[in-house]
Design a protein around this ligand. Structure first.
Ligand code: ADP
Ligand code: MG
Length: 251
């Protein structure tokens, strides 16, 4: 039974849509005609080996790099093509990278509140809300060096989410963490992301992470998306032998 047309009609405008994105470095297409869309509340994983173009895509969406071709839409509005671009600070995008350090000289609370506008009480309320959600409210007046790596990571997540970004871009955010902590933090991060009305594009080279966190996986190779779908489908129906090899490689 083919239900695709009905499903398509029911869908709302994607929170994030990229169309036909191309980026060359030194004459080589590092991002080669990539299209994808993400609904609010959805986590999509860009999954692929090192060097396949994942971070370049995130940088272009964040507005710190520029595509050679293609367009980016947020809630149906064009924010960037080759002639026009909304500056990064006006894109309402949250970022979380592996080495996205907290400000060491600011308290935990001030770190979380750093990007917030508005009156003091509203800011304080949002900071407290988020710190409570990551179970670190007791550290609000403490400093980053007093926290463990995993706790700092949760503060960084709270900081990224504080301004209610429309889109969260996460580039291998857990790779600096101890193996023992990683699964727990992945699960916590996921539940926090799901409570916020944001679209998440999570970059990883680890199939296990994508399987655990994604609503949808976009499998990349050599600048292209070679397969896209629900984790179970991508895993159980690999598109080719290279995809099988990638999924069975335990790194
Ligand atoms: P990934 O995040 O999947 O590991 P990247 O997007 O970082 O991959 O890089 C994809 C390819 O583009 C790599 O071959 C990388 O060397 C190249 N590349 C990325 N940024 C630049 C740049 N600023 N100048 C030249 N080459 C780059
Ligand atoms: Mg990368």
């Amino acid at each position: 039974m083919n239900t695709a047309p009905e499903v398509r009609l029911m869908q709302t405008t994607p929170r994030l849509e990229i169309r036909n994105l191309v980026r060359h470095f030194g004459g080589r297409a590092v991002v080669d005609d990539v299209s994808l869309s993400i609904q609010a509340g959805q986590v999509t994983c860009l999954l692929g080996p090192s060097g396949c173009g994942k971070s370049t895509i995130l940088r272009i969406i964040a507005g710190v790099d520029m595509q050679d071709r293609g367009e980016i839409y947020v809630d149906g509005t064009l924010i960037c093509d080759t002639r026009f671009r909304v500056p990064p600070e006006h894109r309402e995008i949250g970022l979380m990278f592996q080495d996205f350090a907290l400000f060491p000289h600011l308290s935990v609370g001030d770190n979380v509140g750093f990007g917030l506008k508005g009156n003091k009480d509203a800011k304080r309320a949002r900071v407290e809300e988020l710190l409570a959600r990551v179970d670190l409210l007791r550290f609000i007046d403490g400093f980053p060096h007093q926290l463990s790596g995993g706790e700092q990571q949760r503060v960084a997540l709270a900081r990224s989410l504080a301004p209610k970004p429309r889109i969260m871009l996460m580039d291998e955010p857990f790779s600096g963490l101890d193996n023992r902590l990683r699964d727990g933090i992945r699960d916590e991060t996921l539940s926090l992301l799901k409570e916020e009305d944001t679209a998440v594009l999570l970059v990883t080279h680890e199939p296990e992470e994508a399987m655990r966190m994604a609503d949808e996986i976009a499998l990349m190779r050599g600048g292209r998306i070679v397969q896209q779908g629900a984790p179970y489908n991508v895993y159980t129906r690999p598109v080719d032998h290279a995809a099988v090899a990638f999924f069975s490689d335990t790194n």
